[in-house]
Design a protein around this ligand. Structure first.
Ligand SMILES: Nc1ncnc2c1ncn2[C@@H]1O[C@H](COP(=O)(O)OP(=O)(O)OP(=O)(O)O)[C@@H](O)[C@H]1O
Length: 240
């Protein structure tokens, strides 16, 4: 279990996270939602140990966090780095003999971008590669910061299917930043809502369906406008 206790984060005088308390149990699949700037990325970076909280504590009580795979919205790779260089770096020269790596290599369609400078890839191609690299070590705890960014529909559906398989067939723990109702419904069993850096809801999908009938209705109750519009604005902001 990962236990967050009164996590706070300040950048200078600006409070970005305030009093965040919740647990992540092994095998859980959690969606973190919130408006732009509500602190989602900061929170997942703190959970993964990339950033230090300004206050509060985190306890990691079992093997959940032993192997963490985090996919960032953007990855800053050194100039002239290619996918093949990263694969060899992480898995060695004999990576082709690794069945798991070959499997995800095909699913994420890496062969077509294998020898291109990563900095010259399109947003969607880079997203695919970032996601692939995040899970190359077959992590027990997978953190995905907005799967949809830059992906075309075909690849998006393919990746959702892959993560759905992970959810159903393994006891891996998934933490996903997402605003896409269908994605949340397929991949998650719990939603955490951040608003202005505060945790304002922590609810199971079961409860969402019982009280609001659909995830779309639930999201609308937080965003206060048609969620399709929020998603569309998100896509425009991220140049999809
Ligand atoms: N390194 C930083 N220095 C100063 N302020 C920062 C830094 N990183 C993030 N912030 C600010 O902290 C707030 C929360 O940012 P964060 O990226 O965590 O939000 P988010 O919910 O993930 O946003 P988005 O949906 O746009 O990705 C924002 O106001 C952002 O401008």
């Amino acid at each position: 279990m990962i236990s967050l206790n009164e996590i706070g984060k300040k950048y200078g005088k600006k409070t970005v996270l305030d009093g965040i308390t919740f647990n992540i149990n092994k095998g859980e699949n959690i969606a973190i939602i919130g408006a732009n700037g509500s602190g989602k990325s900061t929170l997942i970076e703190i959970i993964c140990g990339i950033q230090k909280q300004s206050s509060g504590s985190i306890e990691y009580t079992d093997e959940i966090s032993k192997v963490v795979g985090i996919q960032f919205q953007e990855g800053n790779w050194p100039p002239k780095t290619r996918a093949i260089d990263l694969i060899k770096f992480f898995k060695g020269r004999n990576w082709k003999k690794d069945e798991y790596v070959n499997d995800i290599f095909n699913i994420f369609e890496i062969s077509e971008i294998l020898k291109i400078d990563i900095n010259k890839l399109s947003l969607g191609q880079r997203q695919r590669l970032n996601c692939f690299i995040a899970i190359i070590d077959n992590p027990t705890f997978i953190v995905i910061d907005e799967l949809i960014t830059g992906l075309d529909l075909k690849v998006h559906l393919k990746l959702i299917k892959y993560f759905e398989k992970i959810k159903n067939k393994t006891d891996k723990t998934l933490l996903i930043v997402s605003h896409i109702p269908d994605e949340i419904e397929v991949l998650c069993d719990r939603i955490i809502v951040l608003k202005d850096g505060k945790l304002c809801d922590d609810i199971t999908l079961k409860e969402v369906f019982r009280t609001k009938k659909s995830i779309k209705n639930y999201l609308e109750s937080y965003f206060g406008e048609d969620i399709e519009e929020v998603i569309a604005n998100d896509k425009v902001e991220k140049n999809i």
